[in-house]
Design a protein around this ligand. Structure first.
Ligand code: ADE
Length: 235
């Protein structure tokens, strides 16, 4: 897979996508990630990427020309162009899985108050938001989305089961169960004895119950009505 990230702050994405598992995924050739400074696609002396909004109002709007030039330069036959914005469709694990099967992704990162709508209409295949909050620009959001996608490329995680068994994957929407490691007793707190029993049936049942308990407490919105505890049914 090839990924291009177009932003006025390439250094914001370069750090998180060059370290740890992402760095190794690049080193092993599972993915190529290229960072582009949007200002390199300007043609004026001041390398201007924004201007005042038509219709008035505070803030600045990102100009269309540099984005059009960047996409014209980077687009290939199988590119998908993604714009990061709080106005986008909420990002989910299922979308990460779909995008992990693409050959070429181009991420356009916004800044300031927004981007000229003609960029979205003419260039962008999908608009993605990473959550209901507003960041100073889309570059951090692009790094989050790229991390979630790249770790799903077969071979990137040492053990592919680790991405199959985690929260949000598969059909059941349940958060993961609690985990413990050595020591068996720490700060007066003991590891649940059944985890030491070697009884895989009992352990599997306990994990399912604990995952459901955690989901009810932290993410009741993930549960189907019938699976919800009576205290939150109908809410
Ligand atoms: N840019 C600013 N905030 C964002 C968000 N929540 N998701 C994606 N891009 C953004």
């Amino acid at each position: 897979m090839r990924i291009d990230i177009v932003t006025i702050f390439p250094e914001i994405a370069r750090g998180p996508l060059s370290s740890s598992i992402m760095g190794r995924a690049v080193g092993s050739g599972h993915v190529q990630i290229h960072f582009h400074d949007l200002r390199d696609y300007t043609t004026d002396k001041h390398r201007q990427v924004d201007d005042t909004p038509y219709g008035g109002g505070p803030g600045m709007v990102m100009k269309p020309e540099p984005f059009f030039a960047a996409v014209a330069d980077l687009r290939t036959e199988d590119s998908r162009v993604i714009f990061l914005t709080p106005q986008g469709v909420p990002f989910r694990q299922a979308k990460a899985a779909t995008l992990s099967r693409c050959g070429h992704l181009i991420f356009l990162c916004g800044h300031y108050e927004g981007v000229d709508q003609r960029v979205i209409e003419a260039l962008v295949d999908e608009e993605i938001s990473i959550g209901d909050y507003v960041l100073t620009n889309g570059t951090l959001a692009a790094a989050v989305v790229v991390d979630a996608i790249v770790r799903l490329i077969p071979g990137v995680l040492g053990d592919d089961r680790s991405s199959e068994e985690e929260s949000f994957s598969g059909d059941g929407k349940r958060l993961e169960f609690p985990q413990y490691t050595r020591p068996v007793e720490f700060a007066g707190m003991a590891v649940p004895a059944l985890l030491l029993s070697g009884n895989h049936g009992v352990i599997a049942k306990w994990r399912e119950e604990k995952g459901l308990e955690r989901t009810s407490a932290n993410r009741p919105d993930l549960l189907k009505e019938a699976d919800r505890p009576p205290s939150i049914q109908g809410k």
